[in-house]
Write a protein that binds this ligand. Sequence first.
Ligand code: NAI
Ligand code: OAA
Length: 331
Amino acid sequence: MAEPLTVVITGAAGQIAYSLLYSIAKGDVFGKDQPVILHLLDITPMMGVLEGVIMELQDCSISLVRNVIATADPLVAFKNVDAAFMVGAMPRKDGMERKDLLKANVKIFFEQGQAMDKVAKKTVKVLVVGNPANTNACILSKYAPSIPKENFTCLTRLDQNRAQAQIAAKLNVTADKVTNVIIWGNHSSTQFPDVAHAKVDLNGKVVPVREAINDDSYLKNDFVASVQQRGAAVIKARKLSSAMSAAKAAADHMHDWFFGTKGDNWVSMGVISDGSYGIQEGLMYSYPVRIADKKWTIVQGLSIDDFARGKLDATAAELKEELEAAIAECT
Ligand SMILES: NC(=O)C1=CN([C@@H]2O[C@H](COP(=O)(O)OP(=O)(O)OC[C@H]3O[C@@H](n4cnc5c(N)ncnc54)[C@H](O)[C@@H]3O)[C@@H](O)[C@H]2O)C=CC1
Ligand SMILES: O=C([O-])CC(=O)C(=O)O
């Protein structure tokens, strides 16, 4: 059996971690033969709750989990980690936008970046989930300069999964039949869920989603709005933000980073912009990526029409503003 991977989950006593830990523990993320050592970080007042979560993990009786370290000290949590799920942050409430969390949450990533810089492996693969996820990931990377920028990503896979599921429901197929939906930009209500290059397998025949749906007005309006607003709709209904689906998406993201994408397929991830598609360099922007040998590359050469161009630029403009506000909080 392989050497254990050391994996940190921050916000480990919270609701996303409650689902995510089980997924990691049973091998959904790093493989069914891959043992893991779990580092669980939360704040001091949550250590009692975290103890209960660890009891439950133990009671799952899963042999892949070789050790669990619970701590409120980031220097202990990030020590020698191979992978980091950065979940620990305040969730939004009904009526808030995710960027309203910036003031409360960005300092967490400012401080944890510095700790990560000191003690994490330089090869660590980092996924930021805590909102506003793109901007928090940018700040984390900025304050962990000894770790390559390519190692920092943020979660937009939940938006991708939502978009895929909505298209699948409309076409009366299962979600796995829909591929290459793209989420561009910010994990916020300005994100652009784009099916211009998406495909669907209808009874063994692969056709463009646009052709199968045959309703551009729906794809440009109701579909886009409903993916953009799905997080808010869950909060309205559940009085808590998405957790099970967020954990599933975080698991999907890290799984694909470790195991790669298949064939022509791509997935969406928030990654550091290199200027692709005219987006300002240095923003943490969600792009379609292909992954091989544990490295992502932005899919190039996709056609962008005027409608899409406006959407790509609007979400970039929001990210630029968020980043400026976040940097001001960190000085
Ligand atoms: N990117 C995405 O797709 C999604 C992001 N989220 C975001 O994920 C975050 C976590 O959500 P939930 O688990 O539902 O929240 P939660 O409130 O249930 O759990 C958050 C946990 O983080 C802990 N925490 C707070 N400050 C910390 C710090 N400095 N270090 C370590 N832990 C700390 C809290 O004590 C709590 O246990 C929120 O910001 C939420 O908005 C949620 C869903 C989807
Ligand atoms: O909506 C929220 O605040 C939580 C989240 O990011 C999502 O569900 O996409």
